[in-house]
Write a new protein. Structure first.
Length: 384
């Protein structure tokens, strides 16, 4: 009976897929905390220390649409992370339980858009509705899922991780209890001077635990055994190294489209701002920068630089250069930072951010496998 030998492509696709899914655990926390900060800054009059996170997405809040968009991406990342944990769990029952809890947490989160809370003034005058009740129930369900997730996950690694997990549970319960005392005050529109702090400690502590779990899974010997690639000896002589790490055609096409689109847009917009620092050619008043810059000259020069970098990355990806991954990562990573900083400075999320920013996120997603495949290439041929 002949044993079918899996191809190197199959091995590499599984490696890259699982690593991407696991990295989604880190990205989800970074996205959630980053979106919370940006939304709070863009919401004029909002108090980061005394108001709840949910008030940023309350009915009528100016940051509601922005958090709705980032919330969908966050739930996708959490569910993807849970899927990655499931794929490396194997026969480890505890890890499978953690994976199920993560996936359930992501799926339950799909109900949040249907249960927004009202703003404090509306709660005081009109009273709560069924949506406000659902909002509190979903919050309690999320807390239970986090609690069980950390409780089971504490047994996955050594004593240090167990102590850290126990400390996280204690912080979670203590600050969650303190936070619960302020919930009735929100409905009555009474002062809650520390609600924003206690709730964010309660919510962020398990999310940071997820980052630590992700790092340990990626570094652990068992996790590495599950996702590392060993090329079968019978096939090594038949493998063309250049084809082995070739980026899939569909990813390469998407990456080229994004790099070309963003490169051209950045060069055009940046050149117009440099040519007329007052912003007249772009119909942009200097006041929208809220005093961070005196005119658009410096932002224009930065945008031109990002345009050149993304155009260079386009050429490198087109010709399959050895540094295509580096240039694409720097170019799209730079634009990611640009849009985040721009939203913070402008204190609003404009439809143009979606028009130019969403393709950047898509480009980031297809660049990540390229970066990982290059790392695998270096590791493999270093060993050989």
């Amino acid at each position: 009976m002949k044993t079918k030998i899996p191809s190197s492509t199959t091995f590499l696709e599984r490696v890259i897929l699982i690593k991407i899914l696991l990295i989604c655990g880190i990205l989800s926390t970074v996205l959630y905390i980053g979106a919370d900060i940006i939304a709070a800054i863009s919401y004029e009059g909002y108090s980061y220390t005394s108001q709840a996170i949910s008030e940023l997405s309350a009915i009528g809040a100016p940051s509601r649409s922005f958090l709705g968009l980032t919330g969908v991406v966050y739930l996708f990342l959490v569910t993807a992370f849970g899927t990655g944990v499931w794929l490396i769990a194997g026969q480890r029952r505890i890890l499978r339980i953690v994976a199920i809890l993560l996936i359930v947490y992501g799926l339950v989160g799909l109900l949040w858009p249907f249960a927004p809370m009202q703003q404090r003034e509306a709660l005081e005058t009109e009273g709560g509705t069924i949506k406000d009740t659902m909002h509190l129930i979903l919050g309690a369900v999320d807390m239970l899922l986090f609690l069980f997730m950390i409780g089971f996950g504490a047994a996955l690694f050594g004593w240090r991780f167990r102590i850290y997990s126990i400390a996280t549970i204690i912080i979670f319960l203590v600050f969650g209890t303190i936070m619960s005392f302020d919930v009735p005050r929100v409905a009555e529109n009474d002062p809650t001077p520390w609600l924003g702090v206690t709730e964010r400690i309660t919510v962020f502590s398990p999310m940071i635990w997820i980052i630590v779990l992700t790092i340990l899974l990626l570094r652990s010997e068992k996790g590495q055994d599950s996702i590392n690639v060993t090329i079968p000896d019978q096939r090594q002589s038949q493998i063309n190294p250049r084809n082995m790490f070739r980026q899939p055609a569909w990813q390469r096409i998407i990456l080229l489209i994004v790099l070309g689109y963003e490169g051209l847009g950045a060069l055009t917009g940046g050149s117009l701002l440099v040519a007329e620092p007052s912003g007249r050619l772009m119909d942009m008043p200097i006041e929208i920068m809220h005093g961070v810059f005196s005119d658009f000259l410096v932002p224009g020069l930065i945008l031109v630089g990002l345009g050149i970098l993304n155009t260079t990355a386009f050429v490198a990806v087109l010709h399959r250069s050895r540094i295509d991954w580096l240039l694409a990562g720097l170019g799209l990573g730079g634009l990611t930072v640009w849009f985040i900083v721009e939203i913070v400075i402008l204190k609003e999320f404009h439809w143009l951010h979606a028009m130019w920013g969403m393709p950047v996120l898509v480009g980031d997603l297809v660049t990540l496998p390229l970066v990982l495949s290059r790392r695998l290439e270096l590791r493999l041929f270093r060993v050989r």
